[in-house]
Ligand binder design. Structure first.
Ligand code: UDX
Length: 481
């Protein structure tokens, strides 16, 4: 195909949470390897943390067409940007970041390292304002959603769920009631499996309204990139394609990048994880000393918050299961009330024999470790994909947002683990850990090994994600002519 002489210059603008930043950085690296000029636009807050805790600047230094730029998220530096308060970002984005973004584009502040203007914007679809700005300035926009196709589709259907009167009503609500207005999920999606923002009877709820709008709006872009693969989510992807014909499934992005780097004989050092916390690698030494598949890895991602009571239920459940565990307790994992943010002494001392606690782990490496036989997760999409790739079965304790949908698919559709939805009880935790690591492990192992194989095939030469990536590059080149 004949192509323009101009090298495309793509701005990548992620949602400022670790998972989305991590996966879009992987896309940025893949596009840089394909020879495109990339500007990665991150919030000041997240960029500073990334630079502090990772080798991110070195990692991208070898791409002459790559640069980082930053933009304000409009919140004060000491804002927690976690838990329920994460959603406050969306208001400040509208007020502060949107006009700034427009101004930076118009004034040339976002021009490439070679001085060229932006020829394509890849932005997280939930932000929605980059699509408005792109349309206004005549710059093509491709949305990226770093959540699963199944949760994206549930979000996309919120308007239909509202119209069908299927949100909770006032008074007692049967959370096991089936939801019939999400096409493709009628037989297994319960009220409790809907995105957490649907747990309201207030139709004016700003989160509900924002998500109902922004998810529909995200298909107004020229295309939609999803970090998933066809063998995992084919049936749901067909529903999404009925609304947005250009869907590029490129996942699992972290495996895709690994394969690309290996095939280019690139330095494996560049595979080191991006992080906004200091990674404690001592847990790998501890894992090295544990028997095969004997350890359950416990981590709730980057923005989940636990109460002290929940923390203790998990601890008792884990200790009582008598299984070895590696647990990530982030410095800001537990709600801070007086001195309650501190990890209780009984937990630190009583854990020594069978458990190991770190503030932040090299998660991909941990999941790939032969000593790890299970993952107790919050069902964030990156964690879920990383577990699938590593062939590790999951216990899901979904916290919020997309995680409720993911955990239902993990247990009911993909049969890759168990869903502990809405329960945080030491007895149940103990039982599930024992089931996952004991009696049920063989059954789960079969499906996890098979899904890991399909994931790896999708990013190998000729696989669906591999081919979609080539199609994406071609389309970006055409848009940039
Ligand atoms: C957020 C949302 O919470 C999640 O629901 C959504 O699907 C993506 O955006 P987050 O909570 O951070 O993400 O979870 P997740 O998507 O699982 O991403 C966490 C990332 O942090 C993973 O890539 C994981 O490898 C990494 N991680 C986590 C570490 O590297 N070390 C750790 O100790 C814990």
């Amino acid at each position: 195909m004949e192509q323009g002489s101009q090298v495309p210059h793509v701005i990548i603008f992620p949602l400022p949470a670790l998972g989305p930043v991590n996966s879009t950085l992987k896309l940025a690296e893949l596009l840089s390897l394909a020879g495109l000029n990339i500007t990665f636009l991150n919030t000041d807050f997240n960029h500073d943390r990334l630079v502090l805790h990772s080798n991110i600047l070195d990692r991208f230094a070898s791409f002459p067409g790559f640069q980082f730029k930053t933009i304000s998220d409009g919140l004060p530096a000491d804002h927690p940007r976690a838990g329920d308060r994460f959603m406050e970002l969306f208001d400040s984005f509208k007020l502060v970041t949107k006009p700034l973004f427009r101004e930076m584009l118009c004034s040339g502040q976002l021009n490439s390292v070679t001085g060229d203007s932006v020829t394509c914007i890849i932005a997280d679809g939930i932000l929605s304002f980059p699509i408005d700005v792109g349309h206004e300035l005549g710059i093509p926009v491709i949305s990226i959603r770093t959540i699963s196709a199944c949760s994206f589709w549930a979000f996309f259907s919120i308007q239909d769920i509202i119209e069908a009167g299927e949100l909770p009503s006032r008074g007692h609500e049967d959370m096991d009631r089936l939801i019939t207005s999400v096409p493709g999920m009628e037989t297994f999606l319960r009220l409790r499996d809907l995105p957490s923002i649907c747990r309201t009877n207030n139709l004016e709820d700003p989160n509900l309204q924002h998500n109902a709008y922004a998810n529909r709006q995200s298909v107004q872009a020229q295309g939609l990139i999803l970090n998933t693969f066809e063998d995992l989510e084919g049936p749901i992807l067909s529903h999404i394609r009925s609304q947005c014909p250009k869907v590029y499934t490129l996942g699992p992005l972290h495996t895709f990048l690994k394969f690309r780097l290996e095939s280019e004989n690139a330095l494996l050092q560049s595979l080191a994880p991006n992080s906004i916390y200091k990674v404690d690698k001592s847990c790998i030494e501890w894992l090295n000393a544990q028997p095969l598949k004997s350890v359950i890895y416990v981590s709730f991602g980057s923005i989940t918050i636990l109460t002290r009571d929940e923390l203790m239920e998990f601890w008792y459940g884990l200790v009582n299961s008598k299984k070895r565990f590696l647990w990530v307790i982030r410095p800001d994992l537990v709600t801070q009330k007086d001195d309650e943010g501190q990890i209780p002494m009984e937990l630190l001392e009583g854990t020594k024999d069978i458990g190991y606690i770190v503030g932040w782990a090299p998660q991909e490496e941990v999941l790939a470790h032969q000593a790890v036989g299970g993952f107790l997760t919050h069902s964030g999409w990156n964690s879920t994909l990383e577990s699938i790739v590593a062939g590790v079965p999951m216990i899901c304790w979904s916290y919020f947002y997309d995680q409720q949908v993911n955990s239902r698919f993990v247990s009911e559709v993909w049969k890759l683990g168990m869903d502990m939805k809405d329960v945080c009880d030491r007895v149940i935790i103990e039982k599930m850990v024992n089931d996952l690591m004991g009696e049920k492990s063989e059954v789960f192992m079969k499906s996890t090994v098979e899904m890991a194989r399909l994931a790896s095939e999708s990013v190998s030469e000729g696989g669906s994600s591999y081919c979609n990536f080539n199609r994406l590059i071609e389309d970006i080149r055409l848009m940039s002519m």
